[in-house]
Design a protein around this ligand. Structure first.
Ligand code: PLP
Length: 397
């Protein structure tokens, strides 16, 4: 690795995160020792069930839910296989419990896990409204309020955007949805563990989260469904998850997610301060040393870990390739659009000019990054940009 640390310098935490050591240790025994099926009658398997319930409580605590049924079960959290499954489940369920309503309101900057199911539903005859954003990626709230009506089954708006880090006014949007008897779901995959939450005093009906975005492994997620909100399962099979999600539980993933939630709940404020100080150092350093850049997104409502920076007149992919030689990992637009040379749907929705949209790099940090890593980036990045610009036909000093 061509850097002084001899390991990757990982600034791509909105794509996925490292599994924490504490989380990995917690899940280990469930692979080869406590491998029983939690639904079994025998105690070898059955004794795993209380551990799943503990994990459920850890997530409930992180989300700030206090509702429990009289048996002490937290029934508001359903385990799934990923954020994508949670999003799909929420959308399907909302439409199925209210078949008379044929409209879905989302935003233009949703993750593909919401955007693409919505497009599929539009092909099936549902009316889908995509609320636009302004040049800073802020939602057009008047447009949204106008779009929601008595035909609307669901409003689904993400809590925080994976590309810009923008944070959306989810409580305000939930209130608008409820005025017309529609449900409100939020894709909170980027928000959980970064934004303190209090579901017990919230109007949000459903919320999606994913393990691998908060230092648990890939392949586990959860869907919060508020008590009293009607629900239809997406995965139909055995009676797992109170018949709300069939399929033998991903025990390792669930235990891991519970531990990751515990860790996040313990350190959310402190971690945010630390990560924000690194992100701000990175942005200030780049602003000082590199001309013709723009920081995309809403500076007043942004996740503390995310920075989406446009380096004008060059291609983001070329920057990533040169940074890769130093073991520096970042992203251009969203991981899902990498491979195509189209700017991401988020930058297009924001109307970012062509020359800036193509040179956009997302740096997304975590608690495992250090000041030294940021300083190393600030050392190698200016010459990388200068070199690429010297080849660019569009670039003039
Ligand atoms: C990563 C991500 C998802 C998808 O989660 P998976 O667990 O990878 O399916 C959904 N929404 C947002 C905002 C994300 O960042």
């Amino acid at each position: 690795m061509n850097n002084p640390f001899n390991r990757p310098i990982y600034f791509d935490n909105n794509a996925t995160t490292a599994c924490s050591e504490e989380v990995f240790e917690a899940m280990k025994p469930y692979a080869c020792e406590r491998y029983g099926n939690p639904s079994s009658i025998h105690s070898f398997g059955g004794s795993v069930m209380p551990e799943i319930e503990k994990a459920r409580w850890s997530i409930a605590r992180l989300l700030g839910c206090t509702n429990a049924d009289p048996n002490g079960h937290c029934t508001e959290v359903i385990f799934t296989s990923c954020g994508t499954e949670s999003d799909n489940t929420a959308i399907r369920s909302a439409l199925e419990i209210n078949p008379a309503r044929r409209k879905l309101v989302i935003s233009k900057v949703e993750h593909p896990a919401v955007l693409n199911p919505a497009h599929e539903l539009a092909r099936q005859g549902y009316q889908v409204v995509e609320v636009p954003v302004d040049s800073k990626g802020r939602l057009d709230m008047a447009y949204l309020a106008d779009a929601v009506d008595h035909d609307t089954a669901l409003v689904s708006i993400m809590w925080a955007n994976n590309e810009t880090g923008n944070i959306y006014p989810v409580e305000e949007i939930a209130a608008i949805a409820h005025r017309f008897g529609a449900l409100f779901h939020t894709d909170a995959v980027q928000a959980v563990g970064k934004i303190p939450m209090n579901m017990s005093e919230s109007q949000i009906d459903m919320l999606s989260l994913s393990g691998h975005k908060l230092h648990a492994p890939k392949g586990v997620g959860a869907l919060f469904v508020r008590r009293g909100v009607r629900f239809r399962p997406f995965m139909i099979g055995g009676h797992q998850e109170r018949s709300r999600r069939g399929g033998t539980e991903n025990v390792l993933g669930i235990i891991a997610l519970g531990k990751a939630a515990e860790q996040a709940a313990r350190s959310i404020a402190e971690e945010n301060d630390y990560v924000k100080s690194l992100r701000d150092r990175l942005e200030q350093g780049i602003l000082k040393s590199i001309p013709k850049i723009r920081i995309n997104g809403d500076p007043d409502h942004r996740l503390p870990n995310t920075s989406l920076i446009s380096f004008e007149f060059i291609e983001g992919e070329s920057i990533l390739m040169l940074l890769d030689q130093y073991g520096i990992c970042a992203s251009s637009g969203s991981a899902c659009t990498t491979g195509s040379l189209e700017p991401s749907h988020v930058l297009r929705a924001m109307g970012v000019p062509y020359t800036a949209a193509h040179g956009a790099i997302r740096f997304s940090l975590s608690r495992y990054n250090t000041r030294e890593e940021v300083d190393f980036l600030l050392e190698v990045l200016p010459p990388v940009i200068e070199k690429l610009r010297s080849y660019s036909p569009y670039w003039q000093e």
